[in-house]
Design a protein around this ligand. Sequence first.
Ligand code: IPE
Ligand code: IPE
Ligand code: MG
Length: 241
Amino acid sequence: MTSEIINIPAHVAIIMDGNGRWAGKQGRERLFGHEAGIESIKVAVEYAKERGIRYLSLFAFSEENWGRPDEEVEGLMSLISGAILEERSLFLEAGVRLRVIGNREPLPENILAIIDETEADTLNNSLLDLIVMLSYSGRWDILGAARRYGEMCADAAGKGLPLPSLDEDSFSGLLGTHGIPDPDLIIRTSGELRLSNYMLWQAAYTELYFTEVLWPDFRKTDFDMALASFNNRQRRFGKLK
Ligand code: IPE
Ligand code: IPE
Ligand code: MG
């Protein structure tokens, strides 16, 4: 089946959902599911590279997820930062550039340091951009861009300069995802049919794919089914084809 896919999306984004339910089904703690989800991330990154996907975005932790019990939040933070640290040398070998996008304010210093160092180390890699959305939400992203534009206006006004122009492209450039093309395909696991505040601006014309598979069970064949579905979509962007 894999060889039939001719239209590989440049940017695939995944809402990795269902870790807690996966653990619950086995009578285990939610963190056990998050731990198992790390293996699925490794598989997805490797397969994205294999299939020639240029950008892979992973929704790892939402702004709203800060509202979960402390134990789960702390466990998730240490799992995510531990995985970044562990994979750093592999990213370098494999030509993967890491980019972490999200609200840094609530993130602990030690995790910020791991992120900053790994981003700097992998800056010149260009085979696959791995974008990890951590402490991210679409509305946070849009608000941040609006605030930055406001600051640019205040700065220009202070200098007696004309206000900076604003259009869709320049606004996109003010988002956390600046420089990254909009996602072509968003995959959400675990059967939930919603975006949960993910890339709201960027997903305007993204193809959506939902699967019942829980994230810790997500493997190459599941990724392939999503790619095959994308391959059969006709994207019209509001025009006639
Ligand atoms: C996704 O799995 C991971 C995060 C949101 C951090 P969940 O933890 O949401 O698992 P479910 O949806 O409760 O099964
Ligand atoms: C979305 O999953 C966020 C991530 C996958 C990181 P949630 O489990 O937080 O979403 P809801 O609460 O079901 O909408
Ligand atoms: Mg969930």
